[in-house]
Design a protein around this ligand. Structure first.
Ligand SMILES: NC(=O)c1ccc[n+]([C@@H]2O[C@H](COP(=O)([O-])OP(=O)(O)OC[C@H]3O[C@@H](n4cnc5c(N)ncnc54)[C@H](O)[C@@H]3O)[C@@H](O)[C@H]2O)c1
Length: 361
């Protein structure tokens, strides 16, 4: 039941269409996204039980049998054990293809629950209720699901677009500021690759944009979701346009790998964005003012933009192992100007080395 004050952002494309709703007190809109379901599993970490309860109540009020299922919060929950446990529970509950699953949590939670939903009976409906900024603007939108295994992070997964995404801004009240700032790296990325108004908003009031209850929070979230919705509508399976979402991520993923995934994703992406901007300049494609703007904005939000100089050889090795590398040629998203993403393929070693001096602490 999304009334006045709710924004609807449509996602289309090959995998099925769905809406992303943004607003306040939206738990009541979940039942309609799972219409016809007799039984629904609501999966969430215990710490987010309060946010999930509203969804459970709304489903029960609509006559649906609901079982709440616990999983470990954060990255620990994004594991094979969790998926096996979820399969067992979905079996016990006799969840059929006409039923559904709801994931309430950050990106780690929506990724693992989405993967369980993608694989149970070869795919049951899932509604994502993201509770972090990163989840709202990135992980919950676009249909990518996945888990971490001993082989690495996010190597096992499936494309499984949700039946709907409910971005209830009320959940941000409990979100720690550090988690908000982490998600802001993806918001800044959206600004540079597609929507410079985002950058103007942040530059106008950086400290107000570094907290979840700032006046521009909703606009930043909606603009970022619109960008992602547009891109994944055109390209669900990373065959073309979607690659631009990787801006800042080639080096970012390498940093995460070197840090054993203990550095927050947004911090690694922030460092990666400064590197990608420097690459653009060194390749003669981006002006220095726009590149400088990356660092200034990210630092104003409290995000890191430097990394140890002596880590460079290991970062290069890690980039060559990235699952998105093609053969042994490194590919980077760079800018040919503000909101003009392009590809830089197989840059010469000197250019890479030179760009890293912008990041080296
Ligand atoms: N599928 C995709 O396209 C995609 C895109 C980007 C990131 N991801 C994945 O997302 C994950 C990171 O997501 P994340 O940053 O949301 O981290 P997260 O899911 O680990 O959540 C971070 C922490 O915040 C807590 N939390 C969440 N919401 C809260 C709230 N409202 N109030 C209080 N605490 C709250 C969580 O319990 C957790 O401890 C990674 O696993 C990454 O691979 C996936």
């Amino acid at each position: 039941v999304s009334g006045a004050g709710t924004t609807t952002i449509a996602v289309g494309g090959g995998g099925g269409s769905y809406d992303v709703l943004v607003g306040h007190g939206l738990a009541g809109s979940v039942p309609a996204m799972l219409s016809g379901a007799a039984s629904v599993a609501v999966v969430r970490p215990a710490v987010l039980g309060r946010h999930a309860a509203a969804v459970t109540d709304a489903l029960r009020a609509a006559g649906v049998a609901v079982t709440e299922i616990d999983l470990p919060a954060g990255e620990t929950g994004k594991a094979t054990d969790t998926v096996v446990g979820l399969w067992d529970t979905l079996g016990r509950l006799a969840i059929t293809r006409s039923d559904g699953v709801v994931a309430v949590g950050g990106g780690a939670t929506t990724d693992v629950v989405g993967f369980a939903a993608a694989t149970w009976l070869r795919g049951v409906r899932v509604v994502h209720v993201p509770t972090t900024l990163l989840g709202m603007v990135d992980a919950a939108v676009g249909g990518k699901t996945g888990i971490n295994t001993s082989a690495g992070k996010n190597l096992v997964g499936a494309f499984h677009p949700p039946a709907g995404v409910v971005v209830d801004l009320d959940v941000l009240a409990s979100l720690p500021a550090a988690e908000w700032v982490n998600g802001m790296a993806e918001v800044v990325k959206a600004g540079f690759i597609d929507d410079p108004a985002i950058l103007d908003i942040i530059e106008g009031a950086p400290s107000a944009c570094a907290v979840p209850d700032g006046p521009a929070a909703r606009e930043l979230i909606e603009r970022s979701i619109r960008m992602k919705a547009r891109v994944v509508t055109e390209d669900l399976r990373e065959a073309g346009l979607r690659e631009m979402l990787n801006y800042g991520h080639t080096l970012g993923h390498a940093v995460e790998r070197l840090e054993d995934y203990r550095m927050p994703h947004g911090h690694a992406v922030s460092i990666g964005l400064v590197f990608a901007a420097a690459l653009g300049v060194r390749a003669g494609r981006l002006d220095t003012d726009t590149a400088e703007r990356h660092r200034a904005l990210l630092e104003a939000l409290g995000l890191p933009t430097r990394y140890p100089g002596d880590a460079w050889p290991r970062l290069l090795d890690a980039m060559r192992l990235d699952k998105k590398a093609r053969g042994d040629r490194l590919r980077f998203v760079v800018l040919d100007g503000l909101a003009r993403p392009g590809i830089l393929e197989g840059p010469p070693q000197e250019l890479l080395d030179d760009a890293y001096t912008e990041v080296a602490a």
